[in-house]
Ligand binder design. Sequence first.
Ligand SMILES: NC(=O)C1=CN([C@@H]2O[C@H](COP(=O)(O)OP(=O)(O)OC[C@H]3O[C@@H](n4cnc5c(N)ncnc54)[C@H](OP(=O)(O)O)[C@@H]3O)[C@@H](O)[C@H]2O)C=CC1
Ligand SMILES: Nc1c(N[C@@H]2O[C@H](COP(=O)(O)O)[C@@H](O)[C@H]2O)[nH]c(=O)[nH]c1=O
Ligand SMILES: [Zn+2]
Length: 349
Amino acid sequence: MDAMHLKYMQRAIALGHKGTRLSYPNPSVGAVIVCNDVIIGEGYTDAYGGPHAEVNAINSVKDESLLSKSTMYVTLEPCSHYGKTPPCANLIEAKKIPKIYIGCMDTFSKVSGKGIEILLKAGREVHVGILEEECLELHKRFLTFHNKQRPYVILKWAETKDGFIDKERIVDGIEDAKPTWISNELSQQKVHQIRAEEHAILVGTKTALKDNPSLTTRSVAGASPIRILVDRTLKVPQHYSLYSGEVKTFVFTEQNAVHENVVFKQIDFSKSILPQILAELHQENIQSVLVEGGKQLLTSFIEEDLWDEALVFVGKSQFTKGVTAPEIKLKPIKESYLQGDLLKHYISS
Ligand SMILES: NC(=O)C1=CN([C@@H]2O[C@H](COP(=O)(O)OP(=O)(O)OC[C@H]3O[C@@H](n4cnc5c(N)ncnc54)[C@H](OP(=O)(O)O)[C@@H]3O)[C@@H](O)[C@H]2O)C=CC1
Ligand SMILES: Nc1c(N[C@@H]2O[C@H](COP(=O)(O)O)[C@@H](O)[C@H]2O)[nH]c(=O)[nH]c1=O
Ligand SMILES: [Zn+2]
């Protein structure tokens, strides 16, 4: 592929990343319009209900007469259906844009191939699969949500150099519950950034009991994800942070209960809870979930093969004993350093 096409698709991808989370439940698409090797328009998907990337890119072009001599680069197949806005494929056709380079197909059943069909029928030159891997990465949450009928699942934990996620610690007092910090401050800020990119965040009962987490994004600019707690018998005290009401919170339980700051969702604990939780999150239109622990909950996602990515921060300390870390029997696809902490990035096979 010509380097020029890659360069413009790269720009479209960068634009797409700007809209992540804001566009839910729409995918955050990026689009660039080029005429005579000059970018004359660009855009990304607005917050839900607002214009799609292609519309914003077309509207940003000052001299509309150039559109009939231009090329559009768009990260995802243009839509072909009437949702909150009319189909982008029809607009591209109406504006007489002759060439369209598409990053990846939209496998969402209402579009899947139909956007491309409109453009081909209109006699346009269409190329599909430019920087496809990067475009699939950009749209991973949206595509997983529609293809697998569940949110994109990211596992995350911090472990010591010798493989522990916590010290040996008995918390009966409950009042003093707080996490044992393993990763450094930079990693903790990175975690807040990761939280800001995801739609929801999930923890198990013992993590909530021992750590009293807030699960917010307080050290970065983005919004906090919807908080989700698994608490079969409602052991977590209601003066704990998860009941603060500062962020929308769901509690999956077997109990029939009511609290003004959380939504209780009853599930059947006599069978695997993960498919039930994921189905309910799908129902709630939640496209991604970050699972932050603890060991039992993370391990069940690994054993039931219901995960897509894992992020493991390895700190410098050693505990010798304590709560052992979950295990992923794969090689990381990437390793990077954050001021001495190692961040291992796994992709489910
Ligand atoms: N370093 C790090 O990154 C992190 C460390 N931690 C640490 O991990 C420890 C907690 O881990 P762990 O003890 O494994 O506890 P979890 O947080 O995984 O909670 C376990 C409890 O949650 C419920 N539960 C979890 N998974 C399932 C499942 N698949 N099906 C049904 N119920 C489930 C059960 O509750 P019930 O028994 O009521 O049915 C279970 O006893 C703490 O010490 C915490 O500090 C936690 C998160 C991150
Ligand atoms: N100990 C530990 C983590 N612990 C995770 O962070 C949660 C606390 O979140 P918050 O209350 O928002 O600060 C805690 O319950 C657990 O899920 N995370 C890390 O990145 N590094 C660490 O060393
Ligand atoms: Zn569209």
